[in-house]
Design a protein around this ligand. Structure first.
Ligand code: NAP
Ligand code: GLV
Length: 309
């Protein structure tokens, strides 16, 4: 009875340390070390290499160490009958909210342009915007979108959101379903994508969607690179229909150096770091789920295989 950690970055050690500190009685292994594969009940994964998960014949649960699970569904070789869990964590939500709010203020106050001006030693004061000037529209009012919506409302922004099902959030106009999407888009001037990447949402941020928004809309994608059609964004930036974009996520990560986003003056980039699972904050729910797996109890934060999130 044990947990294996499978990920390709340099964080295996810190997750192992955090699990051992919180529950020294639970055996936990890195997938890179020699370990008893037939004793593994839970795989704690983040962008694992394809083909690894089906090496564990007794596996009972696949746990994403982040909010998203798209990379698990993308692995066609992963066992199809096992429950998948994800992270729901207040710190992950507040980190995301702080990141997006920083991006919105950067846009309101022209901070990206001033950085470019500074590099060119150009003295170029520009008109700036205020909180009350714009309606912010959030695609996805789940764990992350919901907190962001509340925080923006409390800062004084006009806020609306779009999700599969209607929400009741103080000060936030809620739209749902494809029939209400056009109305949501028409009234949005700063668009934030916080949808999960699923079959339905792949390529969602495309020219057709952008064209339904007011001229000058600013786009922030902090969800997944697969939501965005890169060439459509470039086209819309060229025509000025979209005034600028802030991107944290990309089709390929790291983004290849030749990609046009790197040098685009209207695109602000960050390297998929908007909100990163904090091991100390997240490990208690991983351990709780491990114990539930062993006890055969319902799991926390289990995703729906049908919906894909
Ligand atoms: P979540 O709680 O599952 O919320 C997803 C939201 O999207 C829900 O409101 C859901 O509607 C809505 N939705 C899903 N499919 C839809 C569709 N086809 N049409 C309309 N609405 C749809 O997810 P979360 O925890 O907020 O996380 C969202 C995503 O953020 C993650 O999946 C991940 O990709 C990304 N993320 C990025 C970072 C980063 O550092 N850049 C960090 C963490 C997470 P219902 O509420 O009606 O179901
Ligand atoms: C990060 O991208 C996450 O899904 O937690």
């Amino acid at each position: 009875m044990a947990i294996v950690i499978i990920r390709q970055d340099d964080k295996i050690e810190s997750w192992m340390t955090a699990i051992k500190a919180a529950a020294p009685e639970i055996p936990v292994y890195s997938y890179l070390e020699d370990h008893p594969k037939d004793e593994i009940d839970m795989a704690l994964v983040w962008k694992h290499p394809e083909g690894v998960l089906n090496q564990y014949s007794k596996l009972k649960c696949i746990a994403s160490s982040g909010a998203g699970v798209d990379f698990i569904f993308e692995d066609r070789s992963a066992p199809e009958n096992l429950p998948i869990t994800r992270v729901v964590d207040p710190m992950l939500a507040s980190d995301m909210s702080e990141h997006v709010i920083a991006l919105i203020f950067g846009y309101l106050k022209n901070l990206n342009q001033y950085k470019i001006d500074q590099l060119n030693r150009a003295w170029n004061p520009r008109p700036y915007h205020r909180i009350t000037d714009f309606t912010v529209g959030i695609l996805g009012l789940g764990e992350l979108g919901k907190l962001l919506a509340k925080d923006l409302y409390h800062l004084g922004f006009k806020v609306q959101g779009w999700s599969q099902t209607k929400k009741t959030i103080e000060g936030v106009l809620s739209y749902s379903g494809s029939e209400e999407l056009p109305l949501f888009l028409k009234g949005t001037q700063i668009l934030i994508c916080l949808l999960p990447l699923t079959v339905e949402t792949t390529g969602f941020l495309n020219s057709n969607l952008f064209q339904q928004m007011p001229k000058g809309t600013y786009v922030i994608n902090v969800a997944r690179g697969g939501h965005l059609v890169d060439n459509d964004l470039l086209e819309q930036l060229e025509t000025g229909h979209i005034s600028g974009a802030a991107l944290d996520v990309y089709h390929q990560e790291p983004l290849p150096v030749e990609h046009p986003f790197w040098t685009h003056s209207k695109i602000h980039m960050s390297p998929h770091c908007a909100s990163v699972s904090d091991t100390a904050s997240v490990v208690p729910q991983i351990i709780a789920n491990y114990k539930r797996v062993l006890a055969g109890e319902p799991l926390l934060h289990q995703v729906s295989r049908n919906r894909g999130y």
